[in-house]
Design a protein around this ligand. Structure first.
Ligand SMILES: Nc1ncnc2c1ncn2[C@@H]1O[C@H](COP(=O)(O)OP(=O)(O)OP(=O)(O)O)[C@@H](O)[C@H]1O
Ligand SMILES: [Mg+2]
Length: 359
């Protein structure tokens, strides 16, 4: 008749248990993401947890709710008050459940900073970043290019740049090529030196890259992100004062949630999504210029529509793009009238439009 009286849990116990729940797609927990708005334990031991999620993916709130219920079931009766909201597409006002933007310092003289990212490696982020940057420069913008890929820096090779950056006023002078300013870890390290840096050191290095570089006056600084959308990349986009993110995908990856993960990463830190670029969209034969949809072209556009983000354009799979990349002469520079160069130009114009920069 008199069962064991259950001690009501403390708020700390509830919060500790909530730390075991990861935000879908990330290894970070929902407490550190700021999704848990309040935890209350009533006199009778009932627990009420208020959650607020900013997401475009309608499956996420239900998934988080299920996992929270599972993590707290040991504590008896649990009420979950869930509110969910779509992220903004333009303004930079931080919203509940998102990391506030003001913590990210801008770079004096740099009007906008744009990151090029992807949920996975090898989709052509660096190729897109380099050619977009060159195309924006050809449109008449003052452009900087920052290689944030510490482990596999490829921008200097693609840009045909080498040499050690000099230092002026205790800041690194970017290397210049084709009218663009550029900084990369590859310029600072001997190519045979192993990169053994981890987490916090990488963040420090990236901060140095953005803040301790004499970028001068720039319309846009394009940042080539390391592959993936995990915690390291998330911290990186938090470190840099980004104005927008471009997601690169190939048509078949789109079906595999890769673009969605990229979008989620930027949304978490309240960075505007400028849109999706579909790379290796279709094959253009260099001889007859015949098109072939190798990977099933159009997935990027469909995904952009589904996620309600802009579609910035399609870049064909074109042998010349790779050859130019290997030669250190971006295709936009080497053959500005070619099919791929024109495609990069259309994307560059779309990005500038999203940034509200006049052409
Ligand atoms: N549209 C394209 N047509 C032909 N080759 C391409 C195209 N896009 C990229 N490539 C080639 O694919 C390879 C991978 O591209 P890239 O290095 O830009 O990808 P990435 O996403 O930056 O890779 P990582 O994840 O390693 O940083 C390179 O050899 C590049 O030249
Ligand atoms: Mg790359």
């Amino acid at each position: 008749m008199f069962g064991k009286v259950r001690q009501p849990p403390t708020e700390e116990q509830i919060r500790e248990a909530l730390k075991q729940v990861k935000f879908p797609g990330f290894s970070r927990d929902i407490i550190s993401f700021g999704i848990v708005k309040s935890v209350a334990v009533a006199g009778n031991g009932d627990v009420t947890v208020a959650l607020h999620i900013v997401t475009r993916d309608t499956n996420i709130p239900a998934q988080v709710e299920r996992e929270v219920t599972g993590a707290l079931k040991q504590f008896g009766k649990i009420n979950i008050e869930m509110t969910a909201q779509q992220p903004p597409q333009s303004g930079q006002m931080p919203m509940a459940g998102q990391t506030a933007a003001p913590a990210r310092p801008g770079i004096p003289g740099v009007k906008s900073i744009v990151a090029v990212a992807s949920g996975k490696g090898g989709v052509g982020k660096s190729t897109v970043a380099v050619n977009l940057a060159c195309a924006m420069n050809q449109i008449g913008k003052r452009i900087g290019l920052m290689d944030a890929d510490i482990y596999g820096p490829s921008v200097p090779k693609m840009m045909g740049a080498s040499g050690q950056p000099t230092i002026t006023d205790e800041k690194l002078d970017p290397v210049e090529n084709f009218g663009l300013k550029m900084m990369s870890m590859a310029l600072l390290l001997d190519s045979s030196a192993p990169v053994i840096w981890r987490g916090p050191m990488i963040m420090k290095a990236i901060q140095q890259f953005t803040l301790a570089v004499n970028w001068g006056e720039l319309d846009t600084l394009v940042v080539d992100m390391p592959p993936g959308t995990g915690d390291a990349q998330l911290s990186l986009v938090q470190t840099i004062a980004l104005d927008g993110g471009v997601i690169v995908t190939t048509p078949q990856d789109v079906a595999l949630e890769v673009a969605r993960r990229g979008i989620a990463m930027f949304e978490k830190v309240n960075v505007k999504i400028l849109g999706i670029v579909e790379n290796m969209s279709y094959y253009v034969c260099p001889h007859c210029h015949e098109h072939d949809d190798v990977f099933g072209h159009g997935g990027g556009k469909r995904e952009a529509e589904r996620m309600e983000v802009p579609f910035l354009g399609e870049i064909p799979l074109f042998t010349e793009i790779r050859i130019c990349g290997d030669k250190g002469l971006p295709v936009v520079i080497a053959a500005p009238d070619s099919v791929p160069a024109q495609a990069f130009h259309r994307c560059a114009e779309a990005v500038l439009k999203q940034l509200n920069q006049t052409l």
